[in-house]
Ligand binder design. Structure first.
Ligand code: AMP
Ligand code: MG
Length: 474
C-alpha cells in the first residue's frame, strides 16, 4: 500500500459547510517528525510517508489521488465574545482516511497557506507552535487522554514573520476523529440554517455517538465526553489556555494545542497564555468554561430538540448532568492519585486539603503526587510541615500498601512536557538541532515508567528557566 485511501464524507456535504481550497505548495519540504505507530494505526505505510512522494503530500505540495481539500466553516465565542465567522484560516483538511478497522479520521494540514477564511493571517505556521502541538498531543496519547494527534511535521524551507522575527515555516499533519466543533454548530445556528444543523447533528451521531438517537441524546453524549475529558485534564495538571467554543471538539478529543501548558507549581488560578489577561481560562475555571461552552452547543440544538420552553427545559436537564459526571470522574482520578481504589465523597476533604496545602506551599503538581509513592512528596513543599500534618490522616485511610502503590503509580505520571523543556527543544530545533525534541518524544511516550536516564526531565524549571507566559504564536 502506498497512497492513503480516502472517503471524504464532509466534502460531500452541501457547499456552505466549507470552501474548496488546495494547500499552497512550499519551497523545500523536509520531514522533521513522523509518528510511525499512528501511521500504522491509520493503515498508512510509514515508509511511503517518509519518502519524497509522502513528504510532498505532508507539505501540501502534491495531492494524493482521492484527496478533496477543504477549509471548514465555523464560528465561535472567543473569550466570551461571539464571532460569526472564523473557519480554517491556516489549515485544510485533505481528506478522511478509513483505517483497516473501519475507524474514520480527518487528515488536516495545518499551516498550509491562506484560505477564504484567513482574513488577516498568512495561513502559515512556524516551527515553534508546530513542534509544541506535536509534543503536546503525543504526551496526551502517552497519558491516555483523548486527543487529536500529530502524524507528521514538515519544515517548508520558507520563512514566516512572527513578532518581527523571520521564523522557519512548518506544516503539521493533524489527525482527528473529526474537526467538527461547537463553533461549527454555532456557524449555522447564527444563520438560522436548521437544515445544516440537522445534517451536522446526524453526522456527529453516526460518526462518534452511534448509540444516540437524536439531538438530545447527542447533547447528553457530548456533555458526558467533555466532563470526562476535562476531569482528565485536571488530573494531569493541564491548562488548555484557549477554551473558545471553536476549540471544543464534538468528538470529545482535546484539540488546538496553542498557549497550553502543564502546571509546575500548583495553583487553581494559574494562567500561562499571554492573551488570557483576565484569567478566563485559568486551571481551576476549566470545568465551568466547558459547561458554558456546552450551553452554547445546547442552544444551537434547541430547534432540533423541540419547541419553546419545553425544549429549553429538556436541554437544561441534560446540561445539569455535567457537574455530577465531572465530579464523579474528578473524585475517581484524584482518589487514585492519592492511592484510593474507590474514593467516595467522604474523601473529598482529604484531597482538597492536600491541594490547598500544595497551593500555599508552591508545591509542584506532578512531583508532589508522584512523590506520594516514593516518600519524597514533602520535599516539594516550601514548608514540609504542611505535608507532614496532612500525611497521618491520609495514611490512616490507605488500604494495603502494595495496592495503594500500584494505584498511585498508574495515576501519577513521572514526566510531563514541561514548558521550559518544550521551549528548549524549540530553540534547539530552530538552530537545526532536533536531538532535544526527539529525546522528549521518547521520554513522553511512556510517562509512567521509571527511567533514570530522564531524571532531568522530571524536575521543574530553575528560576532562570521558568516560562511565565505561553503564546499562540501562530
Ligand atoms: P485558534 O487560535 O487556533 O483557535 O484560531 C482562531 C482563528 O484564527 C481560526 O479561524 C484560525 O484559522 C485563524 N488563524 C490563526 N492563525 C492564523 C494564520 N496564521 N493565518 C490565518 N488565519 C489564522
Ligand atoms: Mg482553533
Amino acid at each position: 500500500m502506498t497512497q492513503p485511501r480516502f472517503d471524504n464524507s464532509y466534502a460531500r456535504l452541501p457547499d456552505r459547510f466549507f470552501a474548496r481550497q488546495a494547500p499552497t505548495p512550499v519551497r523545500a519540504p523536509r520531514l522533521i517528525a513522523l509518528n510511525r505507530p499512528l501511521a500504522e494505526r491509520l493503515g498508512l505505510d510509514p515508509d511511503w510517508l517518509a519518502s519524497e512522494d509522502g513528504v510532498a503530500m505532508l507539505a501540501g505540495n502534491t495531492l494524493p489521488e482521492g484527496a478533496e481539500p477543504i477549509a471548514q466553516a465555523y464560528a465561535g465565542h472567543q473569550f466570551g465574545g461571539f464571532v460569526p465567522q472564523l473557519g480554517d484560516g491556516r489549515a485544510v483538511m485533505i481528506g478522511e482516511v478509513v483505517a483497516p478497522d473501519g475507524a474514520r479520521f480527518d487528515l488536516q494540514l495545518k499551516g498550509s497557506g491562506p484560505t477564504p477564511f484567513s482574513r488577516r493571517g498568512d495561513g502559515r505556521a512556524w516551527l515553534g507552535p508546530v513542534l509544541r502541538e506535536y509534543l503536546m498531543s503525543a504526551a496526551f496519547a502517552g497519558l491516555g487522554l483523548p486527543t487529536t494527534q500529530a502524524l507528521a511535521a514538515v519544515a517548508t524551507g520558507e520563512r514566516v514573520v512572527r513578532d518581527g522575527f523571520a521564523r522557519p515555516g512548518a506544516v503539521l499533519t493533524r489527525v482527528a476523529a473529526s474537526h467538527v466543533r461547537v463553533g461549527t454548530f454555532q456557524y449555522f445556528s447564527a444563520r438560522g440554517d436548521i437544515d445544516a444543523l440537522r445534517t451536522l447533528c446526524n453526522l456527529m451521531i453516526s460518526r462518534h455517538y452511534p448509540e444516540a438517537d437524536g439531538p438530545l441524546s447527542l447533547l447528553e453524549a457530548v456533555v458526558a465526553a467533555q466532563a470526562r475529558l476535562i476531569a482528565g485534564w485536571m488530573a494531569m495538571g493541564f491548562i488548555h489556555g484557549v477554551m473558545n467554543t471553536d476549540n471544543m471538539a464534538i468528538s470529545g478529543e482535546t484539540i488546538d494545542f496553542g498557549p497550553c501548558a502543564f502546571l509546575d507549581a500548583y495553583h487553581p488560578r494559574k494562567v500561562f497564555s499571554s492573551i488570557d489577561t483576565q484569567g478566563r481560562y485559568a486551571y481551576g475555571n476549566q470545568p465551568q468554561i466547558a459547561l458554558w461552552n456546552l450551553a452554547q452547543f445546547a442552544s444551537c440544538l434547541l430547534p432540533l430538540i423541540g419547541e419553546g420552553e419545553a425544549a429549553v427545559e429538556e436541554a437544561s436537564a441534560v446540561l445539569d448532568g455535567f457537574i455530577p459526571i465531572y465530579q464523579g470522574e474528578w473524585l475517581r482520578r484524584f482518589g487514585a492519585k492519592i492511592g484510593l481504589a474507590a474514593a467516595t465523597e467522604a474523601d473529598l476533604p482529604l484531597i482538597e486539603s492536600l491541594l490547598e496545602r500544595m497551593a500555599s506551599e508552591g508545591a509542584d503538581f506532578t512531583r508532589s503526587f508522584r512523590g506520594l509513592s516514593t516518600g519524597r512528596a514533602r520535599d516539594e513543599f516550601t514548608d514540609p510541615a504542611a505535608f507532614d500534618t496532612w500525611a497521618p490522616g491520609w495514611q490512616a485511610r490507605l488500604g494495603p500498601a502494595a495496592e495503594a502503590q500500584a494505584i498511585m503509580a498508574a495515576a501519577n505520571p513521572i514526566r510531563i512536557p514541561r514548558n521550559h523543556r518544550i521551549e528548549q527543544a524549540i530553540e534547539a530545533a530552530v538552530g537545526e538541532d532536533f536531538a532535544p525534541f526527539e529525546r522528549l518524544m521518547v521520554a513522553l511516550a511512556d510517562p509512567f515508567a521509571e527511567n533514570p536516564d530522564w531524571a532531568d526531565l522530571e524536575i521543574g524549571p530553575w528560576p532562570e528557566e521558568r516560562v511565565a507566559r505561553t503564546f499562540c504564536g501562530t
